[in-house]
Design a protein around this ligand. Structure first.
Ligand code: FES
Length: 227
């Protein structure tokens, strides 16, 4: 069933070999990756906000001349948008690493390779040291910056995830140099519906491919980084 422009009907519909149809007045904003001098990913900077539209179509094939919006190019460039991603819920796919007060779940199948987690000796090493406030803070920051939602930190006392709070919105990810275009960063629990009607698990953060090259469609798998 097609969505409407009403806020309560916010969702992203994947279309067969075509664009993402976005409904429910979802804000659209550029998100630029911030790196330090050594090239480590350390955060995000908000860029241009697009005028709010009730409904719109976002390019999924990577060929549109009016990106981020669809211009119909998928009809002529033989775009194969077949969805191949696992449909199993995150927790069924995740492995665990234990720290003193927090634990980390990790489902590599969601990864879009923004590389926040590999700073220093990596988040899997750092969480073992998270008895110290500084290591705990850095662990939380690295996981929260993971836009794909591959990494989630959990409080061991409450068994609750320690998630960043997002407004329902879509981030247009760009690299720090050369305008490299990354995925759509879907935030705040927006339902994503497959072209065959299957509702993917609703998550607080997840990344959708918009270059057309992912082998894990509709999700990003980092293939956009290959030029
Ligand atoms: S945007 Fe296509 S693989 Fe990342």
């Amino acid at each position: 069933m097609p969505g409407t422009g009403k806020k309560e009907d916010a969702r992203i519909q994947v279309t067969k070999n075509g664009p993402y149809m976005v409904t429910g007045s979802i804000p659209l904003v550029k998100q630029i990756l911030v790196c330090d001098k050594k090239g480590n990913s350390i955060g995000w900077r908000e860029g241009e906000r697009y005028p709010l539209q009730e409904t719109y179509a976002l390019c999924r094939c990577g060929g549109s001349r009016t990106r981020p919006f669809c211009d119909g190019t998928h009809l002529t460039n033989k775009f194969d948008g077949t969805e191949t991603a696992s449909r199993r819920p995150y927790l069924e796919r995740a492995g665990w690493t234990e720290g003193p007060d927090i634990r980390l779940s990790d489902a590599p199948g969601f990864c879009s390779h923004a590389r926040f987690c590999v700073r220093g000796k990596g988040i899997w090493d750092l969480i073992g040291q998270s008895g110290s406030e500084k290591a705990k803070r850095t662990t939380l920051e690295m996981a929260a910056n993971c836009h794909s939602g591959r990494l989630v930190v959990w409080d061991k006392k409450t068994e609750r995830p320690l998630e960043p709070v997002f407004e329902k919105s879509i981030g247009l990810v760009e690299g720090p140099v050369g305008g490299m275009l990354g995925p759509l960063w879907v935030r705040g629990g927006i339902p994503i519906i497959a072209a065959d009607g299957f509702p993917y698990e609703v998550r607080n953060r997840v990344t959708l491919c918009r270059c057309g090259r992912s082998s894990n469609k509709p999700f990003c798998d980092g293939s956009h980084m290959q030029g």
